[in-house]
Write a protein that binds this ligand. Structure first.
Ligand SMILES: *Cc1c(COP(=O)(O)O)cnc(C)c1O
Length: 422
């Protein structure tokens, strides 16, 4: 199935006389008539739904659809992108362990790794997204459990060299986790480049209409947990499940089964069926939407490059981008809809530009059908001085622009009238 067909058909197939639309199964629990059946579900010797904290038919259909789109063996929805990255990492790493991450990842993930996971006893070392295989391997320790990166970083827009990160991880016997939020499986499928686990904040393009916060973890089924030697939890009996051995009993779905039956059971960050229904709706049009987001972003980025009041434009789809070669390789159909650019002048001038916009709202959000802007220096990063801003890679005049699905002429016209007033 082509990906545009899978976006519509994968995950749910209606039987004769059944609803065309994915039914919303709004039920916390599921009825059984024999204790034996329930016992088999609890022993994991049979699959079935019993409690909507760890599985639900509506969520299940969307999990199957997203797994098909990424080319994985299974997926698990989570209540947010933060929860997806948390569970993906702690399915591998425990107190006393260590992980390696690309330094340009999303700020929320940096906080998760550097503050909260540190309190859990898990240490993170950061490497440049431009690191060589040798530089990544130099950071591997005996207790390292994974390598983590983002295909296209939010908001730095750095494109990760997926093959280099995958080769380094595999040489050390480690799985590579890739947060594929910005490209979505429509623009890039990291498993094809060696990634082992993919995560998403579905809050962004997969939802795409600013309706629901959510996340997903997808398992490629390709990582050999036994051969690695670093994951006894996968290969030895789990006493919390009557001695289940994930690799023996679940084969190449060991990672995603363990994430669900251990971590989702204990932490309970599963989304409601209503949210999964909304994601399913949105997924049907994802390929159409991604094409338009990318077309609009490239046109707006080219227009911005020719504006005298703009110092620089950062968009991997532009030939002037230092990441253009990587974008051509990994994102041949487009580099997402998010652009950043630096307004000539101080932080007040960039703020003034945003205040003069008429159609485009200021929002702490990206990847929406509506175009939106944010000025980090007067919002998410406002506590920092100009010097501190520059040190963390955010220019005082930097504006983040998420190109929506409107006519590109209207987006440019709004920017043009706002530039004329500053
Ligand atoms: C937004 C985002 C997250 C966090 O997702 P939430 O759904 O907001 O919890 C994680 N990674 C990336 C790349 C993001 O853009």
């Amino acid at each position: 199935m082509d990906i545009s067909t899978a976006c519509i058909h994968a995950g749910y197939e209606a039987g004769n006389g059944e609803p065309r639309a994915l039914p919303i199964t709004l039920s916390t629990t599921f009825r059984y008539s024999s204790t034996d059946e329930v016992a088999r579900l609890f022993d994991l010797s049979e699959s079935g739904f019993f409690y909507s904290r760890i599985g639900n038919p509506t969520c299940d259909a969307v999990e199957k659809k997203i797994a098909a789109l990424e080319g994985g063996v299974g997926a698990m929805l989570t209540s947010s992108g933060q929860a997806a990255n948390l569970l993906a990492v702690i399915n591998l790493a425990s107190a006393g362990d260590h992980i390696i991450a690309s330094s340009t990842i999303y700020g929320g993930t940096v906080n998760l790794f550097s503050v909260t996971l540190k309190r859990f006893g898990i240490e993170c070392t950061y490497v440049s997204p431009r690191a060589t295989k040798e530089e990544i391997l130099a950071e591997v320790r005996p207790n390292t459990k994974c390598v983590f990166g983002e295909t296209v970083a939010n908001p730095a827009l750095a494109v990760l060299d997926l093959e280099v990160f995958a080769q380094a991880a595999h040489e050390a016997g480690l799985p590579l986790i890739i947060d594929n939020t910005f490209p979505t499986p429509v623009l890039c499928r990291p498993f094809e480049w060696g990634a082992d686990i993919v995560t998403h904040s579905t809050t962004k393009y997969i939802d795409g209409h600013a309706l629901t916060v959510g996340g997903v973890i997808v398992d490629s089924g390709n990582f050999d947990w036994e051969a690695s030697g670093r994951f006894p939890d996968f290969c030895e009996p789990d006493e919390s499940y009557h001695g289940v051995v994930y690799t023996r009993d679940f084969g190449n779905s060991a990672f995603i089964v363990k994430a669900r039956v251990q971590l989702m059971r204990d932490l309970g960050c599963y989304p409601p069926a209503t949210n999964a229904f909304i994601l399913n709706e949105s997924l049907e049009t994802l390929p159409l939407r991604m094409r338009k987001h990318c077309d609009n972003a490239l046109r707006v980025a080219e227009w911005l490059e020719n504006q005298p009041k703009v110092v620089s434009v950062n968009y991997p789809g532009l030939p002037s981008s230092p990441d253009h070669d990587l974008a051509t390789k990994y994102l041949p159909e487009g580099a997402c809809g998010v652009i950043s650019f630096v307004v000539d002048g101080d932080r007040d001038r960039a703020a003034a530009l945003l205040d003069h916009l008429k159609m485009i709202p200021i929002e702490v959000h990206v990847a929406d059908s509506q175009t939106s802007v944010l000025h980090p220096a007067s919002s998410t990063h406002r506590q920092l001085t100009d010097e501190q801003l520059i040190a963390c890679g955010v220019e005082p005049g930097m504006v983040r622009l998420s190109c929506g699905l409107e006519s590109v002429d209207d987006i440019i016209a709004d920017l043009e009238q706002a530039f004329a007033q500053i």
